[in-house]
Design a protein around this ligand. Sequence first.
Ligand code: MG
Ligand code: ZN
Length: 185
Amino acid sequence: MNHGPLVFDYAPPDANRTLFLDRDGVLNEAVLRDGGEISSPRVLSELVLSQDLMDQKTAAAFSGWNLVILTNQPDLERRRTGTELISEINDQIRRYLPLNLVLVCPHTGASGCNCRKPATAMYDYFVKRFPNCTQSSAYIGDRETDYHFARNLKIPFFLRRRHYNQHLQTDSPVIDHLAQIADFL
Ligand SMILES: [Mg+2]
Ligand SMILES: [Zn+2]
């Protein structure tokens, strides 16, 4: 498995501010497997896009920002899924949001890579390549890992509320609909 993140380029970022988005549990429903594991779609039939992603209010709230997905997908290293599915899911999300880039850490925690959140190499990659696009940044996630990722970067974090993260105490705004970030940004 290559070192560093996989990069999917869709449109050159042209705004000076970038909204970074976790994928599973934010833009699509996380997949809950036997034993309570919070997981990712492994086949396209497991993909359920979030209702709020498909709401026009969300695209309106996100307009004026570059949109970049940063996602950990350790099932790639485990060979439980492939890059074709990642690409197909990107395309499904792009029906609703004009994504600029999707960056994917394909590694498991055991690999010791620098790109698996809460490590910051995916963000660092973006900033190095597009140095004028992060005058402001914000990040939306659903897991404690995401919170620590944003803390490591000292960028604003929004927790997308889900039933499995009710217990998570953060000092960050909690949103039940993606468009609610407009109240804070
Ligand atoms: Mg997630
Ligand atoms: Zn990685």
